[in-house]
Design a protein around this ligand. Structure first.
Ligand code: ZN
Length: 156
């Protein structure tokens, strides 16, 4: 089998794999953006909305978090839930590149960690941006992203 044919065959198989997630469509991202903004403190909604609308890197960084800002095991946010001001302000002006790599072990909120790489010329002293949850002060960790819970598939 020629390589191109093999790649096409494997790609088709992956795309139809049961349970496989596809990348959010622009409509999905718009809906998730609007949903997320409902949870941003009122006076920061316009700034956060502009950031999401004008900076593709921000959307790329937050693409999974937008649709599910809490760990899968956490309870869904109440409609009137407000994201912590300190988290939103941090995300509006982050000190360096980041990704949403940790969750709160108590409430499940996703929080950023700093991006770095092997030959980073200016590595951070730690990748942990929020050792404690800005919402409930619970400890944050990578492991919290995957701990079991009653709402295990809420974002699927
Ligand atoms: Zn928390």
């Amino acid at each position: 089998m020629r390589l191109a044919t093999r790649i096409k065959s494997l790609t088709a198989r992956v795309e139809v794999r049961p349970g496989a997630k596809s990348r959010p469509t622009p409509e999905d991202i718009r809906r998730q953006r609007n949903e997320l903004l409902r949870h941003v403190p009122l006076d920061l909604q316009a700034t956060m909305g502009t950031l999401l609308d004008t900076d593709p890197l921000v959307v790329e960084t937050l693409i999974l978090w937008l649709g599910c800002p809490f760990a899968r095991w956490a309870r869904p946010a109440n409609p009137d839930y407000r994201l912590p001001r300190s988290l939103v302000e941090w995300m509006i002006a982050p000190p360096r590149a980041y990704w949403m790599g940790h969750h709160c072990e108590r409430c499940g909120l996703g929080v950023p960690i700093f991006s770095t790489w092997a030959n980073d010329p200016n590595p951070p002293s730690t990748v942990i941006a929020f050792p404690n949850c800005p919402a409930c002060r619970g400890r944050t960790s990578f492991a919290a992203s995957h701990q079991p819970g009653s709402e295990a598939e809420k974002c699927d």
